[in-house]
Design a protein around this ligand. Structure first.
Ligand code: NDP
Ligand code: 2IT
Length: 450
């Protein structure tokens, strides 16, 4: 990764900061992409002539709305809902919804911006968007979550549609929430438009493998990267942060390929299990009762040790997969990983590694693969879900997983080929940013000034 912005891009970045004050995560995501684009603007003056980069940094539409709902005690609660429809040059807006108390416009914009390039990398016809709310589902009953989702959709539905904008899940939004959201969409519109939301249940229009897709895809990417160096996951010690959807299925696929996954975490602490994480137990605790990894440690006994607070990056592993949230792996974490012999970091989450940590990892000789390539299997399988919905078909698990594996292989190879073409061989960050950018930018040029 180049440390500095090309001089022609400095005013573009300054404009983003001035137009979006205080939205630090969005600034970080934009800077990361712009840092890769120096060789592109040098080779392709047509992008600057048409102000493609400036236009890309400004969302096409930003929707902010009130979400009132009643809790089980009859009190009225108030949250804020967001949908940032960032770019539709390649297809309908596509990206997840996040329900977490930390959500504000800057988080939604950073995620929506990343989504543009990620979705382009899949090679499938989907634009970029993200949405969510500062609603905190923790400790809420099913009935409360349902009423919240119904209120959220009562406003959002008018902006959605299979050819317009197609949300899915992200942090705090899984199968349960997609069910309530789809139910309300169906009720309001009186139309069974399956293709309007992805991540649906298998009996009502969902796709096989969508639940597993982000975690599986992350591990497929890692396998490709190791394979390029003549290595494999067999026998590798792996550390996975988080214990939600992405983490669980990353652990599952890594284990099935022979890796030893020794740690996972949640926002309270982490667990180390030298015998390897017992995934059935973890799933039971997380999926069944929305429990904590501390419960895992106490129920597993013997081989497992729980550490409250602290940093999971202190656990030695050859491969680290941050699968929880943004900026969870900082410079100190990177230093620990390097000191303990880590060889590769691949981002299952969106922007989990801080810029300083990325720099430290690279200087420490650790291979680094960015989220917009590594975790693209989730949205890619969402696009496969849309494809099945459009043709009123449903594919087998095996066929869908093979499509996912193929897509991850192609993303991996495209990153390497593009990095090579633009003078940074082996650099997945440069490769992912330039390959995603040029595809969207060329479409924007073709579509004119809109
Ligand atoms: P889940 O809600 O299923 O799980 C999130 C996990 O991360 C939980 O273990 C949670 O712990 C932990 N976590 C969340 N926020 C924080 C925080 N602020 N500090 C520490 N830990 C935290 O979400 P997903 O697994 O779906 O998403 C994880 C990441 O992957 C996110 O970055 C998301 O954007 C990204 N992603 C998700 C995709 C998907 O298909 N779901 C696709 C591509 C990327 P706790 O329970 O304590 O909150
Ligand atoms: O960050 C992501 O790619 C997602 N949360 C999945 C988006 C999707 O539309 O499946």
């Amino acid at each position: 990764m180049m440390p500095l912005l090309d001089p022609s891009l400095i005013p573009v970045f300054d404009e983003v900061v001035a137009r979006n004050p205080g939205e630090t995560e969005f600034h970080q995501a934009v800077q990361e992409v712009l840092e890769s684009l120096g060789p592109v603007v040098a080779k392709h003056p047509e992008y600057a002539d048409a102000e493609v980069i400036r236009r890309l940094c400004e969302p096409e539409r930003q929707i902010i709305f009130r979400v009132p709902w009643t809790d089980d005690a009859g009190r009225v609660n108030l949250n804020r809902g967001f949908r940032v429809e960032f770019n539709s040059a390649l297809g309908p807006y596509k990206g997840g919804l996040r329900f977490h108390p930390s959500v504000y416009l800057g988080i939604v914009k950073f995620l929506g911006f990343e989504q543009i390039f990620k979705n382009a990398l899949t090679g499938l016809p989907i634009g970029g968007a993200k949405g969510g709310s500062d609603f905190d589902p923790k400790g809420r009953s099913d009935a409360e979550v349902m009423r919240f989702c119904q209120s959220f959709m009562t406003e959002l539905y008018r902006h959605l549609g299979e050819y317009t904008d197609v949300p899915a899940g992200d942090i705090g939004v899984g199968g349960r929430e997609i069910g309530y959201l789809f139910g309300q969409y169906k009720r309001i519109t009186n139309r069974y438009e399956s293709g309007t939301l992805t991540g649906k249940g298998l009996s009502w229009g969902g796709s096989q493998v969508r639940t597993e897709a982000t975690g599986y895809g992350t591990v497929f990417f890692v396998s490709e990267a190791l394979g390029a160096a003549g290595e494999s996951l067999e026998g590798r010690r792996v550390v996975v942060s988080g214990s939600g959807n992405v983490a669980i299925y990353a652990i599952e696929k890594a284990q099935s390929l022979g890796a030893l996954v020794v740690a996972c975490s949640d926002s309270d602490g982490y667990v180390v299990d030298d015998a390897g994480i017992d995934l059935d137990l973890l799933k039971e605790i997380k999926n069944g009762h929305r429990g904590r990894v501390s419960d895992y440690a106490s129920r597993r006994g013997g081989t497992a040790r729980y550490v409250a607070g602290g940093s999971i990056w202190d656990v030695p592993g050859e491969i680290a997969l941050p699968c929880a949230t943004q900026n969870e792996l900082d410079e100190a974490g990177a230093a620990s990983l390097i000191a303990n012999g880590c060889r590769m970091v691949a981002e299952g989450a969106n922007m989990p590694t801080t810029p300083a940590a990325i720099r430290a990892l690279r200087e420490g000789g650790v291979a680094f693969a960015p989220g917009k390539a590594v975790n693209a299997g989730g949205v890619a399988t969402s696009a496969l879900e849309m494809q099945q919905n459009a043709s009123r078909d449903s594919w087998t698990f095996e066929y869908t997983e093979e499509r996912l594996a193929e897509i991850m292989r192609s993303i991996h190879d495209r990153c390497l080929e593009t990095a090579e073409e633009y003078g940074s061989p082996g650099d997945y960050v440069v490769g992912a940013n330039i390959a995603g950018f040029t595809q969207v930018a060329d479409a924007m040029l073709a579509l004119g000034v809109i």
